[in-house]
Design a protein around this ligand. Structure first.
Ligand code: 5GP
Ligand code: ZN
Length: 124
């Protein structure tokens, strides 16, 4: 089920363009429009969920499949041996900006660790 005002749902419905690298009936993977590394791909469920918080126990196979597809894309792009990051941001504290679940596959360069809390967290 897609949501009309969601940018990733529009990509899934091919209403706006994206550089798609993988697609099946449940999952789409496409290049991030503002890549932060040589490889930066987003893997999304075709059904709209705002955040990981919305996944239920029945969604375990879908969540596992999304990680599996990220692993296969990393393999295809030959970054597996050197490594990469897989990142789900969740909600405001997690820094999530697009409210449609997406797994970031980031790699192709040595990545810095940048996951520490803000010095003076602004909690809103
Ligand atoms: P978040 O901060 O929610 O974890 O990540 C959202 C990601 O979506 C960002 O890395 C951003 O560059 C990417 N993004 C935002 N809008 C678009 C778009 O219209 N197309 C594509 N391909 N990526 C987008
Ligand atoms: Zn959506």
């Amino acid at each position: 089920m897609q949501q009309t005002d969601c940018i990733f749902c529009k990509i899934i419905q091919k209403k706006i363009p994206a550089d798609i690298v993988y697609e099946d009936s449940e999952v789409l993977a496409f290049k991030d429009a503002f890549p932060i590394a040589p490889v930066h791909i987003l893997i999304v469920p075709k059904n709209h969920f705002s955040t990981v918080n919305e996944w239920k126990e029945k969604d375990i196979p879908l969540a596992g499949k999304i990680v599996w597809i990220a692993q296969r894309i990393a393999n295809d792009l030959q970054i597996s041996a050197k490594g990469y990051k897989l990142l789900f941001r969740v909600g405001s504290d997690g820094g999530q900006e697009v409210p449609h679940i997406h797994l970031h596959l980031i790699g192709g360069a040595k990545l810095i660790e940048d996951i520490h809390p803000q010095k003076e967290p602004s909690r809103n």
